[in-house]
Write a protein that binds this ligand. Structure first.
Ligand code: ZN
Length: 240
């Protein structure tokens, strides 16, 4: 890993082109809003989008990325299986951390790494979300208050069809009464995956200071933590 964490913010980038309301909210795209903040924090940030060749995720890009952030919604099916396989392999090898945002719960890469439906309840009425920190000492909760609120967010509710998270950092309450495991850490193979629920495309929550802090903390948590890859297979002789 280089000294500066190298982040690639991947965004489907379709809503911004087809929905005026979304374009107004994110004139530089959702990826642009996230990348701008992470760059200000001193990270080495690039962006990639679905409609670029190889979805912007060539071997060269992936080999020079420590953490991949993923936002997708309307075009999960358009993501090439070969790209998903390349990302998955690097995550399991511990070479690439993965941060999945909001509707990315239904992305091919997240479903493949979880092995479950990743389905959930949802409705979109612009209600308040209260995000509780349930693991105070976790690095992804660093610098956050006991809870923070977003005035408007899409409701995601339990049951969330994921395997039990290895660490649950955030639990959300919505004004309409639903609750959701909104910040979940998973260890898979030698890699780390974090899922974070906020981020519906018509609300400006990727400009929210607390949401941004969570994403920044998650990038630092998910970044590869070792230099020597593990060795597997048959070994001659014994170890001293
Ligand atoms: Zn949404």
């Amino acid at each position: 890993m280089s000294e500066k964490i190298r982040v690639t913010v991947w965004n489907e980038y379709r809503h911004e082109k087809t929905h005026e309301e979304v374009a107004k909210c994110y004139p530089n795209g959702i990826h642009g809003a996230i990348a701008e903040y992470l760059s200000e924090q001193g990270l080495d940030v690039k962006t990639a989008t679905l409609d670029e060749p190889e979805h912007g995720l060539t071997d060269e890009v992936l080999d020079n990325t420590d953490v991949l952030i993923w936002w997708g919604h309307m075009a999960h099916a358009d993501v090439d299986d070969a790209t998903v396989a390349k990302v998955k392999e690097r995550v399991l090898d511990g070479k690439l951390g993965l941060v999945v945002l909001h509707s990315g719960h239904f992305s091919k890469i997240f479903k493949s790494l979880m092995g479950t439906t990743c389905n959930l309840k949802w409705h979109e009425i612009g209600e308040k979300e209260r995000i509780w920190v349930v693991e105070k000492s976790h690095p992804i909760a660093e610098g956050l208050p006991d809870y923070f609120e977003l005035e408007h967010e899409e409701m995601y509710g339990e049951h969330f069809g994921i395997p039990a998270p290895d660490e649950l950092v955030f639990l959300s309450w919505f004004e309409s009464g639903y609750v959701f495991r909104s910040g979940c850490c998973f260890y898979r193979g030698n890699g780390r995956i974090f899922y974070f629920q906020p981020g519906h495309e018509t609300y400006p929550n990727f400009y929210d200071a607390n949401v941004r802090k969570v994403i920044y903390n998650a990038v630092r948590w998910a970044a590869p933590k070792f230099h020597a890859p593990p060795q597997y297979g048959h070994f001659e002789g014994s170890l001293e």
